[in-house]
Design a protein around this ligand. Structure first.
Ligand code: 2AM
Ligand code: CA
Ligand code: CA
Ligand code: CA
Length: 267
């Protein structure tokens, strides 16, 4: 195993166990409001500190970027650990058992290893660039859908900034006439892991942050899929707009977006 993946897995399991422990004792969870419709808990922060400690022990010079801690600049700026200690906090707070830890290591802007860990199901999704994606050690393949016909697509809604919600809902409405159905699970990291595992055929979401999708992106690519922005390009790390799936499904989603999406969102 890639040495950085070993550390990423150790950190993800440790944080996942902490999250699962708190899930059993809801009184130990304190939620505070971060912004409109947006909450964070003591568990997000404790899980993140745990991950940072594990990384720092092996790689004290690497840069770490986390949702709650921001950028912890290291001497080596070329190596970035991008972490979401708890993806699906809204689910966690509501005791809807669907959330994950996501960790990706990017070297000079290219993701080398990734882990997405679902502690409630003990499902560990891992990937190393050029070496495939695995679920608990078994090789993953995405679905072989030829177009949008009969597909199930995962997505998320722009719950924070509703400025472009109408344009977005238009796209969702149009896509609905082409695919079979949608899933809206509340964890972008798991949505992408599920694309890699073939549990859904594709995924699209607007306005994500790098920690939401950096890990899942490599899982999808290493399972034979592609990940792009809303115009088929590779600006999703800056735009936060992500489409994923096998090349034919992504093409189907992009075609609908080209016709229906507000120009401001096309990047
Ligand atoms: P989070 O739990 O780490 O904040 C993209 O949809 C991301 O936004 C999710 O992966 C999740 O990340 C967060 N999210 C999704 N739905 C949400 C909601 N209804 N309220 C708050 N955060 C949400
Ligand atoms: Ca959050
Ligand atoms: Ca997230
Ligand atoms: Ca989070």
């Amino acid at each position: 195993m890639h040495p950085m993946l070993t550390i990423a897995v150790r950190a993800a399991r440790k944080a996942g166990n902490l999250i699962a422990k708190h899930y059993e004792t809801p009184d130990s969870v304190e939620a505070t409001q971060k912004g409109t419709n947006d909450f964070v808990t003591n568990v997000d922060r404790d899980a993140e500190s745990m991950i940072v400690d594990v990384i720092r022990k092996s790689y004290p010079k690497h840069t770490i970027i986390g949702e709650e801690c921001g950028e912890l600049e290291g001497e080596e700026k070329d190596v970035q650990w991008i972490i979401d200690p708890l993806d699906g906090t809204a689910n966690f707070v509501k005791r809807f058992p669907h959330f994950a830890v996501s960790i990706a290591v990017r070297i000079k802007g290219r993701t080398e290893v990734a882990v997405v860990y679902d502690p409630m199901r003990n499902e560990l999704f891992t990937a190393t660039r050029g070496q495939g994606a695995q679920l608990n050690g078994y090789r993953l393949r995405g679905t072989s859908a030829k177009d949008l016909d009969g597909t199930i697509l995962a997505t998320g809604f722009p719950f924070k900034v509703k400025q472009h919600a109408t344009s977005y809902i238009n796209v969702v409405g149009k896509l609905f006439t082409h695919c079979a159905d949608f899933r809206r699970t509340g964890s972008a990291a798991l949505d992408l892991a599920y694309v890699a595992a073939g549990r859904v055929d594709g995924f699209f979401e607007i306005g994500l942050k790098p920690w939401d999708f950096a890990g899942g992106e490599l899982l999808v690519r290493e399972s034979g899929g592609v990940v792009t922005d809303f115009v088929g390009g590779h600006n999703h790390f800056s735009s936060g707009n992500v489409v994923a799936g096998n090349p034919r499904v992504v093409k189907g989603i992009l075609t609908v977006m080209r016709d229906e999406l507000h120009d401001a969102l096309k990047r």
